[in-house]
Write a protein that binds this ligand. Sequence first.
Ligand code: TRP
Length: 334
Amino acid sequence: MQRILSAIQPTGDIHLGNYFGAIQNWKNLQDKYDCFYGVVDYHSMTMPYKATDLRENTWKMAFQLLACEIKPEKMFIQSLVPEHTELCWVLSCFCSFGELSRMTQFKDKMDQLKNQDKDVLASSGLFIYPVLQAADILIYHADFVPVGKDQEQHLELARNIAERFNYQFGTEYFKAPKPLFTEIPKLLSPADPSKKMSKSLGEKHFINVFGDEAFIRKQIKSAVTDTGETTEGKMSAGVENLFTLLKACGNTAGLESLNNDFKAGQLKYSLLKETVSETLINFLQPFGERYKEILADKKKYKQLIQDSSAEIRKEAQKTLKEVRELSGLMNLKN
Ligand code: TRP
């Protein structure tokens, strides 16, 4: 079976952009490939954070992934597999300063940090973040990485690092991982459809998969529908976003009927919004139920994730042993 590695940062709640952009895909792939799904808490240290929040958010992400029906045996918590950081060090010696300086995500995050007026640290961890990501992928010899466009550059870097390591030591040891693009709906902020659905903009701007029903209804009710320039017969970004939500949640009948209304110039926003609200609430209900069950039995689920992390760690340890051998570092028997 071919291998897949993917990972998500523990940012707090999973929103619909995360779900339809990645997690749903993880779920569909988990039985077709040999999958490794990481909650990457080391990565989250690269921006300012609080220790208690990080640990809490890491568990939260793991539990929410379970509630999204990701199987526990596929999941690991990155800091429970510390070999990722060791491989990151080794790989950083095969990656140039110039390459890392060209990473667009690094430049974006540097700008974010500069815009915060308090004294914040632009760390070298942030700079080498893509090397840690390469380590996440290469440590399991992944064939494929399901990625969005924003991660393409990081994946290309991982391939370059793998090839350089191989060349340096005259081996074919690391596999060059390939991207796995899948069609994903582009979800926008309901409160500002000129922007992508995202947590960083604030709670109005993303729909929480595990959110409160009343709040979701309110969000849809006040969703912006009439901004942006529209030409006759073309949907505004906000209206299109509501249709995208219907489609993503699988309400094709509702979508068709409302689309016919639109084409006939008779679309009522109130009906569209009502339909979207009902569709979302129905779609999300089982997620909430599973999450509640998991939270009621936290100890059991923590143990499951710890056990699977320990199991996956064996794989990472094997790689590091081989990397030490190839690169001239010490193993105990040397
Ligand atoms: N950088 C990714 C993101 O921001 C998260 C990530 C870390 C990742 N390691 C990875 C994604 C390995 C794919 C593979 O979304």
